[in-house]
Design a protein around this ligand. Structure first.
Ligand SMILES: Nc1ncnc2c1ncn2[C@@H]1O[C@H](COP(=O)(O)OP(=O)(O)OP(=O)(O)O)[C@@H](O)[C@H]1O
Ligand SMILES: [Zn+2]
Ligand SMILES: [Zn+2]
Length: 814
């Protein structure tokens, strides 16, 4: 048997499989999708079996590898293959679509702990061991033990250079070992080995003072189940030595067993109640159900206003899919993967659901993922990468808040979960549902052209009204001498809600609004010496930090430019809002949610719990509170400054602002109590603010589409962003220029090539950045052309250190 293996080569110049022989003893273990260890040059590396074929069959073919010449697979890493044929084919598709290597696409599908790490070991040969004892040093050390190469390098920095010579002289040899980072959790458990009859005989022989031993045996007899050792110790108060004694008598067994870590182990979930559907929900669900029952590929866009009950429709669709014996993936943006959302799914689907998100430890994530591989669960709920859940009969994918930019991965492979989901559902004859109150323009445009079937839910559950939106012009406030960050109307509404003991959500639009340090005398701002961007101030330890490279400085006492002492942090941070609230409304209870208060594990959940149980009047936060929250007592939402995201160098600025305002506004008045929203802005006339005020997605869509057409942006044109970086400016410009000259004559006439120009962030980590932008409508050969460009760029990287990245359908243009 011959296996085709994609190898985890660190330098990705070999984007193709290699053939290996499968030794007979491994044949029962090796399957398509297996993770294996193979020799590669002098090293050993981890790889993935993507195909298997018979040696005999190929023997008759011209040019087929001879089995004798092939190296052998050395090891199989898992009992169950972590990949399926479908995922392997998906990875190949991704490598073409996103111009990444096949192996990087495979790696992104798996939990991080499965990535292989090769260790190189040095050991003494027979010849060295047979020879005379060595002087102190590396050789003497090797005389006694194997040493990992990295350790030897550190400990014997001089001698390490002699190693190649020693290898040649036959004194020392190398070998390689491939490991992953899997840790499996084990517990000790106690099992009763006696039958009932034996127990009857044994009990009278136990002396009176060993009451506890007797108690334990009876306990174990009663349950007839192994008991965790820790429970035994706490429940019976026995000493470990007594237990050992019982084991030696052959009455019980104490053993180590592997358990799956369950992050939700200590929580019980009630069985969820199902509401009868509203008319809108029923209409949408009927169409979806028909598609699920039909077992053919279909794609829907569910456009439902906030609070219209989309989640209920999703859950019903999942249940139907499970009833038919198929599996489902439910994707949410990381920030709305709130405990509340998890709870709703656990209540409905219990043990049939695995939850994958970044707040879990790597080990917990791996265990949740393994429940999928082993077929223990049928539903996966998670953020972006959960789209790769290795189900074998996937029938449904739902993407909630499909407009969120976090579905796009901003590093290689630069995939969009929406496209990957579409591809998977086509291959599996499954159903895709994209849901949002504010669909991405691209998505809605495709829906109008019939690529998605559009389902609309334009009323909230129970015909509850959408909240009343008040727009406040902050320039007026200033004219009226109000210098507070709260307008008069927001102030009085807060007062009103406090009196009524209702709750308030205050939202700070943080995009492009970081808290930075500025000198009030000369205007000097602290910026990163390695990246062209200002540093962000962190109050907790009085430092300023670069978000790109991590560079950190302490708060200066005097301005480095003018020596003025009036240098301090600026910008309306959440802490500033909190301080002003405390001053204006003495006794107000504010729960602040931002990067600083939520960095600790579980903090996010704790804060929301406190708010839910009424221990706070105000929930104050950034983007992370905009979505998914559903609190009955929230009747006022305030947006402190709506337009901070309008002025970014991003053609999606208006769209993002509209989405954000609609989503935060959507948190108010979702239940019996009616809600108000106050939007404070310096540009009240801007169309994205106007349409958000009237909850009018369609008008916003049409107006924004006109702008996109004029400016030649998506969805009218598609974009490819090519970025070059290098330590020195002339080199990076030359590379970008050469690439432009190469591409230009090969592109269709309707395609526009812009640049090279400096990137909006012109320098990151001391590397200067230039970019090219392709805008095209129809460019059938583009993938091939870019693949050639990538090959060229790899040469430049090797020779000159120029890095090139290609971002297809970029979300971020920085
Ligand atoms: N048919 C129904 N009858 C009564 N209550 C319902 C019904 N459907 C949903 N709800 C409740 O209405 C509230 C809003 O529903 P849900 O969270 O599903 O809306 P959504 O459209 O997903 O909202 P958003 O997009 O704003 O997060 C929830 O508390 C939910 O339990
Ligand atoms: Zn100054
Ligand atoms: Zn930096």
């Amino acid at each position: 048997m011959i296996a085709q293996v994609i190898v985890e080569v660190p330098v990705n110049r070999t984007n193709r499989p290699f053939d290996y022989a499968v030794p007979e003893w491994l044949e029962p273990m090796v399957a398509i999708g297996s993770r294996v260890v193979v020799p590669f040059g002098p090293r050993k590396l981890q790889g993935y079996v993507i195909n298997l074929y018979d040696a005999e069959e190929s023997g008759t073919q011209e040019g087929a590898p001879s089995l004798l010449k092939l190296k052998e697979i050395e090891q199989v890493q898992d009992d169950v293959p972590p990949l399926t044929l479908e995922l392997i084919q998906l990875a190949e598709w991704m490598s073409r679509q996103y111009l990444c290597t096949w192996v990087s696409a495979l790696q992104v599908m798996l939990p991080a702990v499965l990535k292989g790490k090769t260790k190189k070991w040095l050991s003494a040969t027979e010849q060295l061991l047979a020879g005379p004892p060595q002087q102190p040093g590396l050789l003497q050390e090797l005389y006694w033990r194997r040493i990992e190469f990295e350790e030897a390098e550190k400990q014997f920095p001089q001698e390490i250079k002699q190693v190649p010579g020693w290898v040649k002289a036959g004194l020392v040899s190398f070998d390689y070992q491939v490991t992953d980072k899997i840790t499996r959790k084990q517990i000790s458990q106690v099992t009763l080995l006696l039958s009932d009859e034996e127990l009857v005989q044994v009990l009278p022989t136990i002396p009176e003072r060993s009451r506890r031993a007797r108690q334990l045996l009876l306990l174990l007899q009663e349950t007839r189940e192994p008991m965790p050792l820790s429970d035994v110790l706490t429940e019976t108060g026995m000493a470990r030595s007594t237990l050992k004694g019982l084991e030696q008598k052959g009455w019980i067994r104490i053993e180590q067993v592997e358990v799956f870590r369950d992050p939700y182990a200590n929580r019980t979930f009630a069985k969820g109640v199902k509401h009868p559907f509203t008319t809108w929900q029923q209409l949408a669900y009927t169409a979806i159900e028909a598609a699920i029952n039909g077992g053919e590929h279909a794609a829907f866009l569910l456009h439902g206003v906030t609070g219209s009950g989309k989640t209920e429709v999703y859950m019903e669709a999942i249940e139907r899919t499970l009833d038919l014996g198929r599996e489902a993936i439910f994707l949410v943006p990381e920030i709305s993967l709130t405990p509340q959302m998890v709870k709703r799914f656990k209540e409905r689907f219990g043990d049939r659901v695995a939850v994958l998100h970044s707040a879990l430890s790597q080990g917990e994530r791996y265990d949740e993922w393994r429940k999928i591989v082993h077929g223990h669960v049928q539903v996966a709920v998670g953020a972006r990468s959960a789209i790769f859940a290795p189900f074998k009969n996937l029938g449904l994918v739902i993407i909630d808040e499909e407009h969120e930019s976090s579905y796009k991965q901003e590093e290689t492979p630069r995939y969009h979960a929406r496209d990957v989901a579409m591809q998977r559902m086509k291959n599996n004859n499954g159903v895709l549902i994209l849901g949002s109150a504010t669909p991405a323009l691209e998505t809605y445009a495709l829906a109008t052209r019939g690529r998605y079937r559009l389902l609309t839910m334009s009323e909230r559950v129970g015909k509850r009204p959408l909240p009343t939106v008040h727009v406040v012009d902050m320039r007026d406030e200033l004219r009226q001498e109000n210098r507070s960050m709260f307008s008069r109307s927001l102030f009085s509404l807060i007062e009103d809600r406090l009196a009524k003991q209702e709750q308030i959500v205050l939202f700070l639009n943080r995009r492009g609004f970081s808290t930075f340090v500025m000198c009030r005398s000369c205007g000097y701002t602290l910026s990163c010496p390695h990246c062209d961007i200002s540093l962000t101030y962190h109050k907790t330890n009085h430092t300023s930090r670069c978000h790109y490279c991590g560079y950190t400085v302490a708060q200066p006492q005097h301005c480095p430019e003018c020596q003025s002492p009036h240098i301090r942090f600026f910008g309306t941070g959440t802490q500033k809002v909190e301080a002003e609230l405390a001053q204006l409304f003495p006794g107000i209870r504010v729960i602040r949610m931002d990067v600083d208060t939520t960095s600790r594990k579980g903090a996010h959940e704790e804060l929301l719990d406190r708010f839910r149980t009424g221990q706070g009047d105000v929930l104050l936060g950034t983007q992370m509170i905009a979505k998914g929250l559903d609190f009955p007592k929230v009747t006022l939402v305030g947006v402190i400054a709506a337009d901070t995201s309008l002025h970014l160098p991003d053609f999606r600025a208006a769209e993002k602002t509209f989405q954000l305002l609609t989503q935060v506004g959507g948190r108010a008045g979702r239940h019996e109590l009616k809600g108000d929203v106050v939007i404070q802005t310096y540009t009240p006339e801007h169309f994205s603010i106007q349409h958000a005020t009237h909850h009018d997605y369609l008008s916003f869509y049409e107006e924004e589409m006109r702008h996109r057409r004029q400016a030649g942006y998506p969805p009218y044109f598609r974009l490819v962003l090519i970025t070059f970086s290098h330590e020195d400016v002339p080199t990076v410009i030359r590379a970008a220029d050469l690439m432009a000259q190469y591409l230009k004559p090969r592109l269709a006439e309707t395609t526009r090539l812009l640049g090279p120009v400096a990137s909006p962030i012109a320098r990151i980590k001391d590397r200067f950045r230039f970019q090219l932008m392709l805008k095209y409508r129809d460019e059938p050969k583009l993938a091939d052309l870019l693949a050639q460009a990538t090959a060229q760029a790899q040469e430049w990287q090797k020779q000159h250190g120029v890095l090139m990245t290609i971002d297809v359908d970029p979300q971020v243009l920085l």
